[in-house]
Ligand binder design. Structure first.
Ligand code: AMP
Length: 218
C-alpha cells in the first residue's frame, strides 16, 4: 500500500499513521520528523528549514520535494509506505505524482484525519514528544509514567518548540490555506478515506479501515 495521511497539524495524523504502519507493516515517512532530525544533526538542510519551522511556515517546495524523492529511494519503501506531512500543497502533490510516475507507481489511498481546530489547540499545546524515538505523549491525556522520560525508549520527552499557541494558530492557518485544497484534489480521484478523530483514535481508525476495505486494499 502506498498511502498519504492528511490532516491539520495536531489532528492526530501522526498517531494514526503509527497504528497503520504497525498493523500493515509500512514504512512511515514523516517530513516533519525528517526536518527535525536534520535540525538536530545540524545539517545544511536542517539549518535552512529551521527559520520556516519556527514561524509555522512551510519549508520551500524545492528543498522539501528533493528530500522526499531521496527518501523514496530508500529500499524500505518497497514494502509499502505512509507519507505523513507531505504533500502539503498542490505543487507538492503534483511533484509527488511525477516522482511516482517515473517509477511506474501510483498512490493507493489518501487517509484524511478530521479534527476540529479547538480540539487541536488543546491537544497540541499539551503534547510532548520523545527526542530520541519520536513517540508522542500528552501531559493531560497520555502522560509518561515518569515525568520527562519516554515510556518506550527512556529518551528525554520534551515540548516541540513549535507547539506553543501562537505557532499552532499560524500552522493551522498555513494548513487551511495550502493543504486543505488537497482534500478535493484527492476526493476527485476517488481515493480519499476519512476518519473523525474528535472523540477517540479507535473510532477514527475503524472508519479509515472501512474506507481502505472499500478500496480493496485491506
Ligand atoms: P509537522 O511535524 O508535520 O507538523 O511539520 C513541522 C514543520 O516542518 C512544519 O510546520 C513545516 O515548517 C515543516 N514541514 C513539514 N513537512 C513539510 C512539507 N511537506 N512542506 C513544507 N514544510 C514542511
Amino acid at each position: 500500500m502506498k498511502l498519504i495521511i492528511l490532516g491539520a497539524p495536531g489532528s492526530g495524523k501522526g498517531t494514526t499513521a503509527t497504528v497503520l504502519r504497525e498493523k500493515y507493516d509500512l514504512a512511515h515517512i514523516s517530513t516533519g520528523d525528517l526536518f527535525r532530525y536534520n535540525l538536530k544533526e545540524g545539517t545544511p538542510l536542517g539549518i535552512e528549514a529551521k527559520s520556516y519551522m519556527d514561524k509555522g511556515a512551510l519549508v520551500p517546495d524545492d528543498v522539501t520535494i528533493r528530500m522526499v524523492e531521496d527518501r523514496l529511494n530508500n529500499p524500505d519503501v518497497t514494502k509499502g509506505y505512509i507519507l505523513d506531512g507531505f504533500p502539503r500543497n498542490i505543487a507538492q502533490a503534483e511533484a509527488l505524482d511525477a516522482i511516482l510516475s517515473k517509477k511506474g507507481e501510483k498512490l493507493d489511498a489518501v487517509v484524511y484525519v478530521v479534527t476540529d481546530d479547538d480540539i487541536i489547540m488543546d491537544r497540541v499545546t499539551t503534547r510532548r514528544v520523545c527526542e530520541k524515538c519520536g513517540a508522542s505523549f500528552n501531559v493531560k491525556y497520555m502522560p509518561t509514567k515518569v515525568e520527562g522520560v519516554c515510556d518506550n525508549c527512556g529518551g528525554h520527552v520534551v515540548q516541540r518548540s513549535d507547539d506553543n499557541p501562537e505557532t499552532v494558530a499560524k500552522r493551522l492557518a498555513t494548513y487551511a490555506e495550502n493543504t486543505r485544497p488537497l482534500i478535493d484534489f484527492y476526493k476527485e480521484r476517488g481515493i480519499l478515506v476519512e476518519g473523525n478523530n474528535n472523540v477517540d483514535a479507535d473510532t477514527c481508525i475503524k472508519s479509515i479501515e472501512e474506507g481502505l476495505k472499500g478500496l480493496g486494499l485491506v
